[in-house]
Ligand binder design. Structure first.
Ligand SMILES: Cc1cc2nc3c(=O)[nH]c(=O)nc-3n(C[C@H](O)[C@H](O)[C@H](O)COP(=O)(O)OP(=O)(O)OC[C@H]3O[C@@H](n4cnc5c(N)ncnc54)[C@H](O)[C@@H]3O)c2cc1C
Ligand SMILES: Cc1cc2nc3c(=O)[nH]c(=O)nc-3n(C[C@H](O)[C@H](O)[C@H](O)COP(=O)(O)O)c2cc1C
Ligand code: SF4
Length: 645
């Protein structure tokens, strides 16, 4: 596919953008600003890498326009002394032919204490204070001044952040704006704050380009529905802005949203594109930017071709692959964003952002590889993400690398992990690894179980043990019955399990363990026609998963699939009819089951690891076989060791 639509230029106001790929604005956390609220060198480097990566436009993370009200410290544009740092960022991005807009915003009641109205909202941590009319008048002026400073710094335009229930978004939303002054009371009243900002920038800086990001939908009682979203879009478009950037509510609502702004792997890709398409229909002459898990270049190209949007705003997509645009244009594989939201969760925890697939996120200047002093014969055991990444990096540095895998396929645990349809973005990681291995000098040997004897015989200079972990089996009577298997086995080979008995009745399955693997396995079995129950000893499913943005969509899948849930329920014994349990009321019960899939945990095979390690002079133990973790840990450890050997 030529991707000619994605890589055709487009005009936003008076500036020509070389292609349709924009970097969506993304906050980097409060650690990523200088104490005078200017851009740190590291952040400038981070943006520059994405410019080198071929994006047509970068929209910066939001910068605040006032140093006290409705916000907390972050990069600012509220003082002239901040202009030189912005000018440096602009210059570093422009050098690569990429255009750059700055986003301007205030947090409002979401994280800071000042909001349109002093009301409780699922969007607020605490009940905020209502801003006075005078304060809002003053803030309008601050937005206009911030745009002026952005223009002075050389930016190509300003994006006004009027979505995600930040201050302007909360002024627009009927759920959070209950004011009775000129800034509320009616649709026009709620739109007055943004109207004054846009008209003010236009009249003071007529040549400056203005985009607006807004929520076209909110999963919030009394909030913005799609019809109101369209009305807002038309209204803003008629103010004469240069583009509309179509998003949805807030990631901090704590409720399941049909259309969340950062959709995770449990919701379809491109889920917000239809909203952008609706807006494009009613504002046909407006540049419309779509966002929300647009990760595949061919899909992005098609949306533009079909007129659903004019540009795509790529967020996590370009965290995972800063060179996404360049790679796509040159027909090279792009590193897929698996939509795990690890990055976003780190932001919410106020920690430095990192990425499951890109170990150089915010470490861009460290990505160059050194040439080793001695070229070694490297033996890597295990073609999971840890072993693959170690093999690729060591090979790129010039070592002679052989990667052994006992299974007939690569991927390790992400092979079963990527089987359900709703985890196809994780499966894409395997496709990516496969392409990278094929285009590398790594010698991949499948179907070969490495033993300590084999290591001794081959006598590598360096041994990387990346053999993952093994599922733990529950020790209860009857567990060795033929009806018991591991969840991983079910995921690996669902077609090996009958889903109907001879009488057309659905086969009953009980999944023991309501953590992530158990819940995903249960959904996968339900999708494949099984009648599924989950048995969990803790009071709730996914008790240990803290990231609500990921957890709520998975819980919703379980609800949609009518899976029966038994929490505070202890498996007691496997019997002919199924699983005997102790129920939450302390009484014994029976969960009928023809198959029992155990998903309680995994642990490294320490004895084998030790035996393998003792056969090599230089060895490394990485990934799940060092400590059971996540793809992020496996990939970053693989990279670390691949650089170290
Ligand atoms: C069902 C499931 C879903 C998951 N989903 C996610 C997710 O959505 N996001 C996330 O971040 N993490 C997820 N994880 C965790 C993630 O898959 C693991 O953390 C990651 O795969 C660990 O990588 P690894 O390379 O260390 O080990 P593994 O992926 O386990 O790979 C080890 C490889 O070594 C091979 N091997 C073992 N012994 C030998 C031997 N003697 N000789 C040759 N080869 C050998 C194995 O066959 C395997 O291919 C999931 C895990 C499971 C089980
Ligand atoms: C870490 C992170 C920080 C974000 N910060 C902002 C922000 O400052 N302003 C904003 O408008 N959107 C922000 N977003 C939302 C993105 O701009 C984008 O709308 C969303 O991530 C969907 O795009 P994606 O699926 O390509 O990630 C953020 C998203 C992420 C993942
Ligand atoms: S951490 Fe996960 S969601 Fe975030 S960019 Fe990386 S792969 Fe995508």
């Amino acid at each position: 596919m030529s991707l000619e639509n994605l890589f055709s230029p487009i005009k936003i106001g008076n500036v020509e953008i070389p292609n349709r790929c924009a970097m969506a604005p993304m906050g980097l956390g409060t650690s990523m600003y200088n104490s005078d609220e200017t851009w740190p060198k590291k952040t400038i480097r981070y943006y520059e890498e994405r410019a080198i990566g071929g994006l047509g436009l970068i929209i910066t993370q939001f910068v605040r326009i006032h140093d006290k009200l409705a916000s907390f410290p972050i990069v600012g544009l509220y003082d002239d002394r901040q202009i030189p740092s912005h000018a440096e960022l602009v210059e570093r991005v422009h050098k690569h032919g990429t255009k750059i807009f700055h986003q301007i915003a205030l947090m409002g009641g979401k994280f800071a204490g000042d909001a349109p109205s002093a009301i409780y909202s699922p969007n607020y941590i605490n009940k905020p204070r209502a801003l006075t009319t005078d304060e809002l008048d003053m803030l309008v002026g601050c937005f206009i001044d911030a745009a002026g400073r952005g223009m002075q710094a050389g930016y190509d335009g300003a994006e006004v952040h009027a979505g995600h229930l930040y201050l302007i978004g909360a002024m627009i939303s009927p759920a959070t704006n209950k004011r009775i002054d000129k800034y509320g009371g009616s649709f026009d009243g709620r739109m007055k704050f943004i109207t004054d900002i846009i008209k003010g920038i236009r009249s003071k800086y007529p040549k400056y380009n203005i985009g607006v990001k807004f929520s076209a939908y909110e999963e919030l009682e009394g909030g913005i529905d799609v019809e109101l979203g369209k009305k807002i879009a038309k209204y803003i478009s008629d103010l004469g802005v240069d583009y509309l950037h179509v998003s949805t509510e807030s990631t901090t609502l704590g409720v399941f949203s049909k259309l969340p702004p950062c959709p995770t792997m449990y919701q379809p890709r491109n889920i917000l594109v239809p909203l952008a398409a609706e807006i494009k229909k009613i504002c046909p002459n407006q540049v419309v930017m779509a966002t929300g898990s647009i990760t595949i270049p061919e899909e992005a190209d098609t949306f533009i071709k079909e007129g659903k949007c004019d540009m795509v705003a790529l967020g996590r997509t370009v965290i995972a692959d800063p060179h996404w645009a360049k790679n796509a244009k040159e027909g090279k594989p792009v590193t897929p964003c698996i939509r795990c939201n690890v990055c976003y969760y780190h932001l919410l925890l106020n920690e430095m952002l990192c990425c499951s697939m890109n170990p150089y996120m915010l470490h861009e200047s460290e990505a160059d590889l050194s040439v080793p002093a001695k070229i070694k014969n490297v033996m890597v055991i295990g073609a999971g993400p840890a072993g693959i990444r170690a093999a690729l990096t060591a090979s790129k540095r010039g070592h002679r690398v052989t990667l052994y895998e006992k299974m007939p396929y690569i991927g390790g645990m992400i092979y079963p992990g990527g089987k359900p349809k709703f985890k196809q973005d994780v499966a894409r990681a395997i496709e990516y690894f496969d392409k990278m291995l094929k285009s590398s000098n790594v010698n991949l040997v499948l179907n070969t179980e490495v033993t300590p004897e084999l290591v001794e015989k081959l006598n590598p200079d360096s041994l990387v043990i990346a053999i993952g972990a093994k599922p733990i089996m529950l020790e209860i009577p009857g567990i060795y019955s033929s009806k018991v298997t591991s969840a991983i086995e079910v995921l690996r080979n669902i077609s090996g399990f009958k889903k109907e008995d001879g009488n057309g009745r659905k086969v009953k399955a009980a999944v023991i363990g309501g953590g992530e693997v158990g819940c995903e396995t249960a959904c996968y079995m339900a999708d494949n026609g099984f009648d599924v129950s989950i048995v969990e000893i803790l009071p709730n499913l996914l008790e240990e998963d803290k990231d609500l943005n990921v957890k709520l969509p998975l819980l919703n899948l379980i609800k949609e699939k009518n899976i029966k849930i038994f929490t505070e329920t202890k498996p007691n014994k496997v019997v002919e009819e199924g699983l005997e349990v102790i129920l939450s009321n302390g009484k014994e019960g029976l969960i009928e089951a023809d198959i029992i899939a155990v998903a309680i945990n995994q642990k490294p095979e320490n004895d084998l690891i030790k035996e393998l390690a003792l056969k090599a002079e230089e060895f490394y133990v990485i990934g799940d076989c060092s400590s059971v973790g996540r793809i992020k840990d496996a990939v970053s450890e693989g990279e670390r060791v691949g650089r170290w050997i």
